[in-house]
Design a protein around this ligand. Structure first.
Ligand SMILES: CC(=O)N[C@H]1[C@@H](OP(=O)(O)O)O[C@H](CO)[C@@H](O)[C@@H]1O
Ligand SMILES: [Mg+2]
Length: 541
């Protein structure tokens, strides 16, 4: 039976703002932190229902708004194996969040219980965590209220990164089974990853210290904790680790700043030859970069990470004699640089899927080894159970031992900036690569990403993994006409899933052409979508 009275009374303490329509999108609920109290309460109830539906498995709840500005916050659910919430439940989340009153909320809960045939007698278990945002503590209080209202058991994982929370969910649910993914504690996480990393570096010439820009976010806590586990095998220099000054989170620093602006955070200076990396505010995205001998900045984004890592894994699989049994594939989105796709397609199966990690993750599960990174640096590598079994049961050789350690250094539950950085450093050490050699695997096509504010982004519909517009009718033909004017140029238009904008991406042979193509397509979109002529951005052509 639903504790109707309890739910309703507690829900009354978390009224829904009447003027906001919430939506569980690509990254869960995400908006101004101070408007999310009712959402967090309701997500507590929802997480418990999800757990009951899945026979009492532990569900994760992460309170974060990732790379967004500090006043934003958000919340997303993590399914039992550490993956994103199953998409059919996104609509349930949206329905519960938008019930206008506590009575309507309880009715929506009741409806969900019936529709999905949830057995309410099954106990619910939830683990939650938050990042360092100032609205976090209050939102967690609302979440706990929801969990208590429906009498769920819960565990508070405190202030930690998104990837640690995903790791905890998976380890809690596999504890004591043959699929055990490790110890279900933060220490377990730090030990598993750092041990594998140290084994990979053993016997290699010392790597230079790695400067890590932590976006003044929770990644700084975890990077600091890793230091003790790495000992003197590898040195981390943590920068942008200010967790106290208001307004600094993701401000002119972090992975998104680097990717969007294609430049160094102003707080960082690199010596010629030095490489460094930036995390985002919840430490699941990673951008690398280095300064060449002239001190010039070069970015090494998610596509460069894919290329480096996938090529190395293919080498190891071949050297282990397992290339007949283990097929390595790569998953990208339309935002992948065309040069990376060209380079990889000549060597491996490459699949393009719609934007959003859940799409990449599911597609990666179709391979024995699936490597995926969004261009913005969010990604990981998945090894199928069969591939892991083959790798662990074969007579060890040096390549196989490396593969086993690679498996353990990776956080297979989700993109994990710190674990990914160790993976990159291990591959660079094994290949004796500096940033220059890594970067020279292929040369990025100049590209430009532009946001267009339109009156209704839902009027924009796409097909073919978002590479073509099917609505508004006729617009794709005009984009195609423009593209033909730029040799090797490519551009596509899609509505954002996380912001109220339409995004235009363009790449071409030169920087000037890429900019011109992007601003022309942006102009087309603006005019087509009925943008106010007096507000037309001046750079649109
Ligand atoms: C161009 C771009 O970087 N888009 C991002 C952004 O999605 P949009 O749907 O483009 O707003 O946020 C997503 C969630 O973090 C991330 O998965 C995706 O890659
Ligand atoms: Mg993030």
């Amino acid at each position: 039976m639903l504790p109707v009275k309890e739910l309703q009374e507690r829900s009354d303490r978390h009224p829904k703002p009447s003027d906001i329509k919430f939506q569980y999108g690509t990254a869960g609920f995400r908006t101004l932190g101070k408007t999310l109290d009712s959402v967090l309460f309701r997500v507590g109830v929802l997480a418990a229902l999800r757990s009951k539906k899945l026979d009492g498995k532990t569900i994760g709840v992460m309170v974060t708004a990732s790379h967004n500005p500090e006043p934003d916050n958000g919340v997303k659910l993590v399914d039992p194996r550490g993956e994103m919430l199953e998409s059919s439940w996104e609509a349930h989340a949206t329905a519960l969040a938008n019930a206008p009153s506590s009575v309507a909320f309880v009715a929506a809960v009741d409806e969900l219980v019936r529709a999905t045939k949830i057995d309410l007698s099954i106990p619910a278990r939830v683990v939650y965590a938050r990042d360092t945002r100032p609205t976090g503590p209050q939102l967690v209080t609302a979440l706990k209220d929801g969990l208590e209202a429906i009498k769920a058991e819960y565990r508070d994982a405190g202030v930690t990164t998104t990837p640690v929370l995903h790791y905890l969910v998976r380890t809690i649910n596999t504890k004591g089974t043959k699929d055990s993914y490790g110890e279900d504690t933060e220490e377990g996480y730090l030990t598993k990853i750092s041990d594998a990393f140290k084994k990979l570096l053993a016997g290699k010439p010392p790597s230079p210290p790695l400067l890590i820009d932590c976006a003044n976010g929770v990644g700084a806590l975890m990077a600091e904790r890793f230091k003790a586990y790495l000992g003197d095998i590898f040195t981390i220099d943590v920068v942008n680790a200010d967790l106290h000054t208001p307004g600094v989170l993701n401000n002119s620093c972090g992975a998104d700043f680097v990717k969007v602006n294609q430049k160094l955070p102003p707080s960082i200076t690199l010596q010629p030859g030095q490489r460094a990396c930036s995390l985002d505010g919840d430490a699941d995205r990673l951008m690398y970069y280095y300064a060449d001998e002239h001190g010039q900045f070069h970015m090494l984004d998610g596509d460069k990470i894919t290329t480096l890592v996938a090529s190395y894994i293919v080498e190891l699989v071949k050297a282990s004699g397992l290339d007949e049994q283990i097929k390595v594939g790569v998953i990208q989105t339309a935002y992948a640089n065309g040069s990376s796709t060209k380079y990889l397609s000549g060597r491996l199966p490459v699949k393009c899927v719609p934007t959003g990690v859940k799409h990449l993750h599911h597609a990666a599960e179709q391979y024995d080894v699936g490597v995926y990174f969004e261009a913005n640096g969010h990604g990981t590598v998945l090894f199928s159970p069969a591939a892991q079994e083959l790798i662990s049961s074969h007579t060890p050789s040096s390549a196989l031992t490396n593969l086993r350690n690679i498996i353990d250094v990776i956080n297979q539950t989700v993109g994990d900036a710190l674990s990914d950085a160790f993976l990159v450093e291990a591959v660079l050490a094994h290949k004796s690569f500096s940033g220059v050699e890594w970067d020279s695997m292929y040369c990025d096509l100049p590209n430009r990403l532009v946001k267009v504010v339109v009156s209704d982004r839902n009027a924009f519909k796409t097909a073919d993994a978002e590479r073509r517009l099917v609505s508004p009718p006729g617009l794709q033909v005009k984009v195609d006409e423009l593209m033909r004017k730029y040799g090797g140029g490519r551009s596509f238009v899609r509505p954002s899933g996380t912001e109220d904008v339409v995004r235009v991406y363009a790449e071409a042979a030169t920087r000037a052409e890429a900019d011109e193509l992007a601003f022309r397509v942006a102009g087309l979109v603006y005019d087509e979508a009925g943008g106010d002529p007096s507000q037309r951005p001046k750079e649109f052509i």
